[in-house]
Design a protein around this ligand. Structure first.
Ligand SMILES: [Zn+2]
Length: 324
């Protein structure tokens, strides 16, 4: 074996400290799927049983040395916290958006690590102690919105994805796994390194250990007074009951879906043309407006039009109640 790719016990321990937050994991299939050609991830079971296999230092060693590839879960459901946040971007211009985010994170004195991927990259942020998944998501999504970086699932097909992908997990659920860094991507048959250090396991781990880690106090300052942007709140299983969409008063309720023409479904939202953008010649692609499927009273324009502007553009301005 190439000595530069030897995972010593020290490297394995550092890796566990940085990345492993729970012992459930996924394995990337060594063989491509016969029809799609993709290497899917699955949760390994003990042979002939339904009993899940748990992550061990030995599995991590094999991952780092390249004989298997693991996927890691972000959230530990017993605390709803995570040790890291990974921003996945794999669309056209993805790298440009990751660099924008990286620059902005540095302004907050957060030192992210940029990992290459098959298309685009992953930006990793490490935490001094496990922090609430929901706070991590609030921080990153608000940063992305402020920078105009597209967010997948917010009515857009292409955009960044944030791991953890959920605010909370119900007991017995796992959330979504992401390929463990420094492992071999089976589809690409290669290892993707972090940009910040030489391409050896030892140098890469030293680099990651040196990066500043976000503290709980810093995170609470980052998210003070902030919420998750509309339509991005996610809890796995036992999902929130659907809010009723019904008339609440004597006058007929305004229904955005009656006014916006053709929409399509994208994740939790309907997506269509923003009337306010369209009125000024914008949103020719017809995907700026996201309308929450579960409760269409909630809608948002990703170019920043306010509800007032959208209603005015439809000739149905929001009525201001006159004092009695
Ligand atoms: Zn708009």
């Amino acid at each position: 074996m190439d000595l530069q790719l030897k995972a010593t016990p020290g490297i394995v321990k550092d890796y566990v400290d940085l990345f492993i937050n729970r012992r459930a994991y996924t394995l990337q299939s060594m063989k491509p799927h016969p029809e799609t050609g993709r290497h899917y991830y699955f949760r390994p079971k003990r042979e002939g049983t339904d009993e899940p296999v748990m992550l061990t230092a030995e599995t991590i060693r094999k991952h780092l040395e390249g004989s298997l590839t693991v996927g890691l879960y972000a959230i530990n459901p017993s605390s709803q916290r995570c040790k890291w946040v990974a921003i996945d971007a794999d669309y056209k211009n993805a790298m440009e958006d990751l660099l924008k985010l990286q620059y902005q994170l540095l302004q907050d004195k957060v030192e992210p690590a940029l990992e290459m991927s098959k298309r685009g990259g992953h930006l990793w942020i490490f935490l001094a102690t496990p922090l609430r998944a929901k706070d991590c998501r609030i921080y990153i999504y608000n940063l992305a919105l402020a920078l105009g970086v597209p967010v997948k699932g917010a009515g857009l097909v292409d955009g960044i994805e944030v791991f953890p992908k959920h605010d909370e997990l119900d007991p017995g659920s796992f959330g979504n796994a992401i390929r463990g860094p420094l492992g071999i991507h089976r589809g690409a048959s290669r290892r993707f390194w972090f940009y910040g250090a030489d391409y050896t396991l030892a140098a890469q781990m030293e680099y990651l250990k040196r990066l500043r880690k976000v503290t709980e106090e810093e995170m609470s300052q980052f998210v003070a007074g902030k919420e998750l942007p509309l339509g991005l709140a996610r809890r796995q299983q036992g999902a929130a009951p659907e809010a009723p969409y019904e008339r609440r008063s004597g006058r007929p309720e305004f229904r955005i879906l009656d006014h916006v023409g053709k929409v399509r479904k994208a994740g939790r939202n309907y997506v269509g043309q923003c009337p306010s953008c369209a009125a000024s010649g914008g949103d020719q692609a017809g995907d700026n407006l996201a309308i929450l499927i579960a409760d269409p009273r909630f809608y948002q324009c990703w170019a920043g039009c306010t509800k007032q502007m959208i209603r005015a553009a439809l000739g149905r301005p929001i009525q201001v109640r006159q004092p009695a």
